[in-house]
Ligand binder design. Structure first.
Ligand SMILES: *Cc1c(COP(=O)(O)O)cnc(C)c1O
Length: 365
């Protein structure tokens, strides 16, 4: 049947954008001591969320609500917007796939940054889109360069992650607002705000749902600690949002995910505690590395990008050594970002393992 694949599928490599820590554990025949590489929340979901999940367990024989009604209702009141401004999906990752499917014809251009979130690119090539990649500037996504490229190639979608992954950098409200105003009318701005919970909310651009060419993505995976349940959402103009009902997988968000996300949104007190724990952890990570002479970028996320000070081979070598020492971390994939390694916030115990492993590695290097 291989020759029966679509032209697009035939030419695609079979890949996973992120090799999971589980794969590495299987290959190495050990368990990681510290899992601080995928920007998950080691602080986990709140006790209230855990209790809601326990109660929900007995109803798993039911399909979830295909309209995600209760969760969308809660999101609408949380943001003081209308229900029509939200679509809930199986994580931002799932929604990005629908977005590309809705807007990109084979051969059409899409603009993103070179080294930005790979799952978006994965969907673009999966639907036959063509990627135009704009280099980072001073470890920030280059707002001006992105707009220029989007105009030049007449991009169908322009992707920006703010705060950014993998560097953790952030563009201030004023600059993003200006950026949004400059996006061409025929280009859809995909603003990935997976890390929006980690910055002051008044530093984010206004949620203006009157614009039909801006869509924003948020998730319960990072700050709310529900990565394994797969719940994310998009916020946008109601016409744009309703188009997701043409293609989305109606039972893609599972029942437990719906219930847990709702309980998580209602427990803002716990979110605040998590944010404090993340800040403390980032300070600790920075200090572990600064004592060894490494600087880090200012982080607006739940991870820290640490400059290993030399070339990518050196950073890669340290990363490999950390993995050997059973510390799961990751690093950016392209030059010049790949002289950094990326460490997610951890519990004190995780960071003690990290510190010990780094001390041993530096003794040898
Ligand atoms: C983690 C991450 C996502 C994935 O979010 P899910 O809701 O878990 O799919 C999307 N975008 C960026 C930039 C991320 O870092």
């Amino acid at each position: 049947m291989r020759d029966k694949l679509t032209k697009i599928a035939k030419d695609l490599p079979a890949t996973v954008p992120f090799v999971g820590p589980e794969t590495q554990e299987r290959e190495n025949n050990y368990k990681f001591l510290a899992r601080i590489g995928a920007n998950e929340s080691v602080f986990g979901p709140s006790k209230k969320v855990q209790d809601a999940i326990k109660i929900a367990v007995t109803s798993t024989w039911q399909y979830g609500d295909p309209e995600n009604f209760d969760l969308i209702d809660a999101l609408a009141s949380f943001y003081s917007l209308k229900r029509e401004n939200f679509v809930v999906g199986e994580g931002i990752d799932g929604l990005l796939g629908y977005l590309v499917r809705l807007f990109v014809e084979p051969g059409e251009q899409v603009v993103t940054s070179l080294g930005a979130y790979p799952t978006f690119n994965y969907h673009v090539v999966g639907f036959g889109g063509k990627l135009s990649l704009v280099p980072y500037k001073n470890f920030h996504e280059d707002l001006y360069g992105l707009i220029k490229e989007a105009k030049k190639v007449k991009a169908k979608i322009l992707y920006l992650s703010n705060p950014d992954n993998p560097m953790g950098t952030f563009h201030q409200k004023r600059d993003v607002q200006k950026f949004i105003d400059e996006v061409p009318d025929d280009t859809l701005l995909c603003l990935d705000e997976a890390y929006s919970d980690f910055v002051d909310q008044d530093q984010l651009p206004e949620l203006d749902t009157s614009r039909s060419n801006v869509i924003r993505f948020r998730t319960f995976s990072k700050a709310y600690g529900l990565a394994g349940l797969r719940v994310g959402y998009a916020i946008g103009n109601s016409t744009l949002i309703s188009s997701f009902n043409k293609v989305r997988n109606h039972f893609g968000v599972n029942k437990i995910g719906q219930i847990a996300a709702l309980a998580a949104l209602e427990d803002q007190e716990y979110l605040q505690k998590t944010l404090i724990a993340v800040e403390e952890s980032k300070i600790r990570i920075k200090s572990i590395f600064s004592k060894m002479g490494f600087s880090s970028l200012e982080s607006h996320t739940n991870f820290v990008a640490i400059n290993m000070g030399k070339d990518s081979n050196y950073a890669k070598n340290i990363l490999t050594e950390l993995i050997k020492n059973k510390i799961f971390v990751r690093m950016p994939g392209v030059t010049p970002l790949n002289s950094f390694i990326r460490v997610s916030a951890g519990q004190e115990e995780d960071l003690r393992y990290l510190e010990k492993a780094m001390a041993e590695i530096m003794r040898k290097n």
